[in-house]
Design a protein around this ligand. Structure first.
Ligand SMILES: Nc1ncnc2c1ncn2[C@@H]1O[C@H](COP(=O)(O)OP(=O)(O)OP(=O)(O)O)[C@@H](O)[C@H]1O
Ligand SMILES: [Mg+2]
Length: 242
């Protein structure tokens, strides 16, 4: 077995469920599922299993990932204590020093979360070519940063954040940035951002528009989409397709 394989869990009656880290780094992954379906848990598992093998950056809107620091030495940047400019510089510097970072955006309002994430991602994206080492870039609640429609937030924040997410998913690979994004609501995630993913983990979902988008992305027939509503209740029983 290649040392690039990480173990995500057990398939009942089927042995370990493995993911190929090299493949993950060469592509982009989208995770979808209703609230409580286990997306953050899955991301956490993925990060823990690969922490010692690859550099990581996590955009963490709810503070779910800050405890990675204790076990794996991630540097936690507290968004509440930073300026936008400092975050842009931090994004660039983390690539130079090859340090894994959690950007904690808990407690900031939506407008600020978007601008802060955009600044940090922008810094990573604009790092000089000499520092284009591979990084897993995990964005939980990606619909907050790449919303499909204009909401309450300012145009400025939306443009910056959407631009950074589009760069990550469309142009990041060449720069060593491997996007991994998770969302509750596929229909709320900007289409161009979702469409760039090449691997999908689909969890349980109920709304017709979300089921339709999930089926579309997987290349399933529309009428098969209801399968997403009927997935077993157990967390982490996603439909997986390479
Ligand atoms: N495979 C699993 N094994 C054990 N517990 C799990 C597993 N997956 C999820 N859980 C637990 O289920 C609960 C919900 O999971 P999680 O927080 O990951 O959901 P989520 O999809 O991120 O939800 P939200 O969209 O609301 O953030 C958590 O308490 C988590 O620890
Ligand atoms: Mg979550």
């Amino acid at each position: 077995m290649s040392s690039n394989m990480i173990v995500m869990g057990d398939v009942p009656g089927g042995g370990p469920a493995r993911m190929d880290l090299a493949e993950l780094l060469a592509t982009r992954l989208l995770v979808q599922g209703n609230s409580g379906s286990g997306k953050s848990h899955l991301l956490r598992r993925l990060l823990e299993q690969s922490a010692r093998m690859v550099q990581q950056a996590i955009i963490d809107p709810e503070g779910d990932f800050v405890s990675l620091a204790e076990k794996f030495g991630h540097l936690v940047i507290d968004g509440a204590e930073c300026s936008e400019m400092a975050l842009h510089a931090a994004g660039e510097r983390m690539r130079m020093h090859r340090a894994s970072v959690v950007l904690n955006l808990e407690g900031l309002d939506a407008d600020q979360q978007m601008k802060w994430a955009a600044a940090f991602l922008g810094g990573m994206f604009e790092a000089p070519r000499d520092y284009w080492y591979p990084v897993l870039v995990v964005v939980d609640e990606a619909q907050l940063f790449a919303p499909a429609a204009a909401g309450e937030v300012s145009d400025e924040a939306r443009r910056a954040s959407l631009g950074a997410m589009t760069n990550l998913m469309c142009r990041g690979r060449k720069r060593g940035l491997a996007g991994i994004i998770a969302t509750q609501r596929l229909a709320k995630l900007a289409k161009n951002v979702a469409a760039e993913a090449s691997n999908f983990l689909m969890g349980r979902t109920f709304l017709d528009i979300d089921m339709a988008r999930a089926a579309d992305l997987l290349g399933m027939e529309r009428r098969q989409a209801e399968a997403f509503r009927d997935l077993a209740r157990a967390p982490l029983s996603p439909l997986v397709r390479p």
